[in-house]
Ligand binder design. Structure first.
Ligand SMILES: *Cc1c(COP(=O)(O)O)cnc(C)c1O
Length: 392
């Protein structure tokens, strides 16, 4: 039975902890959305989002979750019958591809698996084979939240360039934005998809498309039906176009406060904090894994995500029971396995508004849950995390 006393530790990989500052920013009356003060605040959010995406291009903001921003990226750039290249890498590339398919887009896949980052060579090979440039876009996911793996985005840009292929480079960075370095312009990314409720510490409900000049040019000829998601309409001067209707005012109050917090900490400091906290989680899992019932899903250490850690549970043990015990008895909410790892994995989210004692508390809760659920694990995972955090 979950204790009503104390806090719940939210370690699902989205939504994430919302800082009190952000919560408080939402506690205010609705305003006249034509009020110049509100319009100015909204524009300042758009301007600061560019800093987060590290782009000079426009960022469009939708009152939607990440799936909405996925759809926006597709319908603004593609036509029915177009091909897109989707490297196999996890649950989220697969789902984005399924959405494209629903619009009559043809999916070409590049081989890969759920335990490794996207292979730039496989992408290059597929693009080289596409002599008539049927492929209009490459759909990639920066950090796949199911696998806990982060792909090398500059290497994928080089793969596209090496193949001398004109396809748009589209990146879903929903789970990495604010936790892991991302440079839209320097890395030649054409469309970046982001969301509010992961690394940016926001309530769920806002999602973003950052859009390069090349992507904007593609929307002139893309013929998939669209109106609500249409980039050009959203970029018109009239403020009632910015959100295609009433702006999500309270989410924007929250966004303003959250962006202030992100910029006060500094993006590079935030990346560093995430790396440190993630490393402490990986060290703990490394110790627990010595009893051969658990293992990190990401095989290559450099590919392990700083946002989320996916832990595989050996045959014969129940990952969902562990999660239930963790939530009900120890007040630590963990992510489940997704797609082909459903029931066979659990995930520790470590993105957003987090610090050392929060991570140590969560790890202690997981260790207690392993004990309570009878999953073999070597003792001392939390000690390893303490030792690392004390020394680094
Ligand atoms: C969470 C997530 C999404 C989907 O976002 P929703 O807000 O749940 O629609 C897409 N891609 C990645 C990588 C995610 O982590």
């Amino acid at each position: 039975m979950t204790s009503a006393s104390g806090r719940n530790f939210l370690h699902t990989p989205g939504p994430t902890n919302i800082p009190e500052r952000v919560l408080r920013a939402m506690v205010q009356p609705a305003v006249d959305f034509t009020d110049p003060v509100f319009l100015k605040m909204t524009q300042s959010c758009f301007a600061d989002l560019k800093k987060v995406f590290r782009t000079e291009s426009d960022v469009i903001c939708y009152a939607s979750n990440g799936h909405g921003a996925w759809e926006a990226a597709l319908v603004n750039t593609l036509s029915a019958g177009d091909h897109v290249l989707v490297p196999e890498s996890g649950h989220f590339t697969q789902n984005w591809a399924e959405m494209a398919e629903a619009f009559g887009v043809v999916i070409d896949s590049a081989p890969g698996d759920w335990r490794h980052a996207i292979d730039p060579d496989a992408v290059e090979t597929c693009l080289r084979e596409d002599k008539d440039h049927k492929i209009k876009a490459v759909l990639t996911v920066h950090t796949d939240t199911a696998t806990g793996i982060t792909s090398d985005l500059p290497a994928l840009r080089r793969a596209i360039d090496n193949a001398k292929h004109p396809a748009l480079y589209m990146v879903d960075t929903v789970a990495a934005l604010g936790t892991t370095e991302f440079r839209m312009d320097d890395w030649g990314i054409d469309v970046a998809v982001g969301g509010s409720q992961k690394g940016l510490m926001q309530p769920p409900g806002l999602a973003f498309n950052a859009v390069s000049a090349k992507a904007l040019a593609a929307c002139k000829t893309a013929n998939l039906p669209r109106l609500y998601w249409d980039w050009e309409r959203r970029m018109e001067e009239a403020y009632y176009r910015w959100f295609c209707g009433t702006p999500p005012e309270h989410l924007l109050f929250a966004l303003r406060e959250g962006l202030d917090m992100v910029l006060e900490e500094g993006l590079d400091n935030a990346f560093d904090r995430h790396r440190r906290l993630a490393e402490s989680v990986r060290l703990a899992v490394g110790v627990w894994s010595r009893a051969n019932a658990l293992s990190l899903n990401a095989v290559v250490p450099e590919e392990r995500s700083n946002s989320v850690t996916t832990i595989l549970v050996a045959e014969g043990y129940d990952a969902d029971k562990l999660r239930m015990i963790s939530r009900e008895k120890f007040n630590v909410s963990l992510g489940s396995g997704l797609g082909k790892t459903r029931g066979k994995a659990f995930r520790i989210g470590h993105m957003g508004y987090l610090n050392e004692p929060m991570i140590l508390g969560a790890l202690a809760g997981v260790e207690a849950s392993l004990e309570a659920s009878g999953i073999p694990h070597e003792k001392g995972g939390v000690d390893a995390a303490v030792k690392y955090l004390a020394a680094s």
